[in-house]
Each structure stands twice: as C-alpha cells, then as structure tokens.
Write a protein that binds this ligand. Structure first.
Ligand code: IPM
Ligand code: MG
Length: 335
C-alpha cells in the first residue's frame, strides 16, 4: 500500500509529520512519500498542484493532506487553495465525509465536494459586477445522495437532506432527487431541512442528527458549526471519496497561520484522518479501530493548548504512538 503525504502550508507539515508517525505505527507495511502542494508548491514551481504531485496521488492507494493556503501569493495568477480544488476535482472525490462525535453528539456530514458554487462559472462584467454560479447536474446530485443513503443505512438509519428549496433551483432539484431515491431505501428515514433551520437545529439539538447530506457550500459552513460543537477544529477529520481511485483524507481545519511553526498545533484531526484513511482508503478496518482507540486514550491524558493543555504537537503524536503499542484491554482479556 502506498500513501502520498501532502503536508502543504502553515501547520500542515507539523500535523502531517505526526499523522505519518501514527500511520506507520498503526500499519507498518504502508509506504509513504511526500509531495508538494499549495503555497509551498506555488513558490517552488509556479503551480499549486504540480503535475508530479498529481501523478503520485493518482498512483497511490490514498492521499493524506495537511492544509493549504497561507502566505501572500498575490504575485501569482493562482492561489494555494487552487491546488486543493484541482486535486479534489482531478481525483473526483465527490463525497466528503465529516464525522463529529462528542458526548451525545454522533453525526456525520456528507458534503458534495466537486460541484456547486466552488466549481461553477465565475467572472466579471464590464460594469464591475462579479459572479459565482451554482450548478448541479442530476447525476452529480444522485451519486452524492446515494452515498448519504448508504451511510445512513450503515449507521442509525436517519438521513437529513439540507437545502434551500424555497429559493434555489439547485436545491429544488436536490430535494426532488432525494425524494425519488428514498423509494429505494425504505429502511432509511429521510427528512429535509432548509439550511438556515439546519444551522439553528445543529446548535440547539446536535444529538438529534444522524447523517446530513448537502451541497458543497452548505456543507462547508455546517461542518464548521458541527466542529465547534464537538471539540473544535483541532479534532475534526474528513475523508473525501470517489468511485474507486484513491481517496483524499484531510483535517477540516486550515493552515492556522497564527500558530504555524511553533509546534503547538493539535494533530488529532490529522491523526483521526489517518484512521479514516485506514478504514475507507486502504480497507484496513481493524487497524483503523486500533488507531481510533489509541487516539482516544492519548486524548484522555495528553492535551495540546487548544484543549487546555501544554503538550506540543510532537508530544501528542508520541503519546498516540505509545498508546498504539499498549495491548488493548480486549487482547489482555484473551491472554
Ligand atoms: C474546508 C475548507 C476549504 C473549503 C477552504 C480552505 C477552501 O474550508 O475544507 O472546509 O471551503 O472547502
Ligand atoms: Mg471549511
């Protein structure tokens, strides 16, 4: 198994270093190799996603990304973020899975990742007006909704489709397709929420949700709300999956320029993303479960500063590796 590491910018390299340690400790046979992306790549090659990086990603079994997008790149035609968008689109990883767990909260946001306003036509008119368009084809909506239904079926059987169908044509299509597809999933309970109501309900009663399925921009915003409710951005992980081909695994957080380079970032989100890589990318669910458990044990005793502690990024990573080396309670019981 081969995994490409894309450390990127800001705290990306710091958290990916710890995530790579955890990956090798959890699954010693996996090979890793790092490639440039984002601002770092733009400065070196003039491209946010160099061709060698994309080729390595296509040839890999999974891709682990840190974060992209800090620094001043106003001197180039592209942004560091373009590297991430191009990669998402090139790998066609349309289903972005963002799980959130904390106490009573156990919800999964399934965000469409390669369509909508992020990828629609944009431009400027002679009068200075600028525009970003939101477009969705029925097949783009269907493949994402199908993921949502399947994931809901594998969890608690409840799917909330979030849209703005009282205003937007794309949302009306979204709702129609969801209702049509529900006939094939009689075991899944489907409901619909307008995105503004969904934002409020998430804050008021996050434990009421199981799986939320939604378009790109709504999913971006709702997942930050969910992260705020469930431990913060330091712990929120994600998996972006297509149909076959390597998946892209990355923390939900960005480059955090305010703390970059100080060795204090929380690598939990990146390490949790490694567990998702093991589960969804490499087909190693036992190793994924072991890493998740080791991470939970480390979190119980070692805290980075965002969690009110004093541990450095590397100390936290070391604690996860140490926890991985401890035999599980179940294994001790068997012995
Ligand atoms: C995310 C991030 C990105 C996005 C940014 C950095 C462009 O916020 O993955 O949620 O909006 O997709
Ligand atoms: Mg976001």
């Amino acid at each position: 198994m081969k995994v490409v590491l894309l450390p990127g910018d800001g705290i990306g390299p710091e958290v990916v270093a710890e995530a790579a340690k955890a990956l090798v400790a959890a699954a010693p046979g996996v090979e890793t190799a790092a490639q440039p992306i984002g601002g770092e790549a733009l400065a070196a090659t003039g491209e946010a996603l160099p061709a060698v990086t994309l080729a390595a990603c296509r040839a890999a079994d999974g891709v682990l990304l840190g974060a992209v997008g800090s620094g001043d790149y106003s001197w180039t035609a592209s942004n560091p973020e373009d590297g991430m968008f191009e990669l998402r689109r090139a790998l066609d990883v349309y289903a972005n899975l963002r799980p959130f767990r904390d106490g009573e909260i156990d919800l999964l946001i399934v965000r469409e990742l390669v369509g909508g306003m992020y990828f629609g036509d944009r431009g400027e008119r002679p009068d200075g007006t600028v525009f970003d368009t939101c477009e969705y084809r029925p097949d783009q909506v269907d493949r994402l909704l199908r993921r949502g239904f399947e994931l809901a079926r594998s969890r608690h059987g409840r799917l909330t489709s979030v849209d703005k169908a009282n205003v937007l044509a794309t949302s009306r299509l979204w709702r129609e397709r969801a209702i049509a597809m529900a006939a094939s999933y009689p075991d899944v309970e489907l409901d619909h929420l307008l995105v503004d109501t969904a934002a409020m309900r998430l804050v008021q009663a996050p434990a009421d949700f199981d799986v939320i399925v939604t378009e790109n921009t709504f999913g971006d915003i709702l997942s930050d709300i969910a992260a705020a409710l469930a431990g913060g951005l330091g712990v929120a992980a994600s998996a972006s999956l297509g149909d076959g081909g390597p998946g892209l695994f990355e923390p939900v957080h960005g480059t955090a320029p305010d703390i970059a380079g100080r060795g204090v970032a929380n690598p939990t989100a990146a390490i949790r993303s490694v567990a998702m890589l093991l589960e969804y990318g490499l087909g190693m669910p036992a190793e994924a479960a072991r890493l998740d458990a080791a991470l939970d044990r480390a979190l119980a005793t070692v805290r980075t500063f965002d969690q009110g502690g004093v541990a450095t990024t590397a100390e936290f990573g070391d604690a996860v590796v140490a926890a991985l080396a401890e035999p599980l309670a179940a294994e001790l019981a068997d012995a």
